[in-house]
Design a protein around this ligand. Structure first.
Ligand code: MC0
Length: 136
């Protein structure tokens, strides 16, 4: 079902400061910077290898998912995203196995991807994202 770990999302208070830290510390390259209003984040994708990334996330507001996470838990790993061949198919299969889907239909994600989230309480406490990459 999964093709790869697409990215690990890390919540932070200051995106530019965190980019500076990660690029310096780990010699990672920033591939894209985007604002995703629907998800309430400003984010950057830093390539680790191939199609695997670290995604740094700064909330656009305190009442967004990442804003609430930061207030409750502080900076740290917010979610793990797995690449899938077809996000709608994956949602259907995983949903039929009793996992709550946080999205009724795929939404717009980083780099033109289609994404959907699974409830963390149904997946070992880990907010899980399914990612169908944009067609080349
Ligand atoms: C909340 N919980 C988490 C969690 N967020 N557990 C693990 N990882 C997280 N990130 C836990 C809480 O501690 C709580 O457990 C329970 O889940 C319910 O949380 P809540 O605080 O009552 O509820 P909310 O309102 O904070 O909602 C949490 C939920 C929400 C995960 C449902 O954040 C959501 O729908 N997230 C999906 C969208 C999202 O995160 N977008 C931002 C990334 P207890 O034990 O205290 O009851 S956008 C993105 O990443 C895009 C740009 C992309 O990748 O392309």
């Amino acid at each position: 079902m999964f093709l790869r770990i697409d990215h690990i999302g890390i919540a932070c208070h200051d995106l530019e400061a965190k980019i500076e830290q990660f690029t310096t510390l780990f010699e990672l390259e920033v591939v894209t910077r985007e604002v995703n209003e629907e998800q309430g984040v400003k984010e950057a994708m830093l390539r680790v290898a191939g199609d695997s990334y670290i995604q740094l996330l700064e909330p656009l507001s305190a009442d967004s998912p990442v804003g609430k996470f930061l207030a409750k838990r502080g900076e740290g790993v917010h979610h793990v995203a797995f690449g899938v061949p077809d996000v709608t198919d994956a949602m259907e299969v995983i949903g039929s196995r009793g996992v709550r889907l946080l999205d009724e239909q795929p939404r717009h994600g980083s780099m033109g991807s289609s994404i959907a989230f699974l409830h963390p309480k149904d997946v070992g406490g880990m907010l899980t994202e399914l990612v169908q990459a944009a067609k080349p």
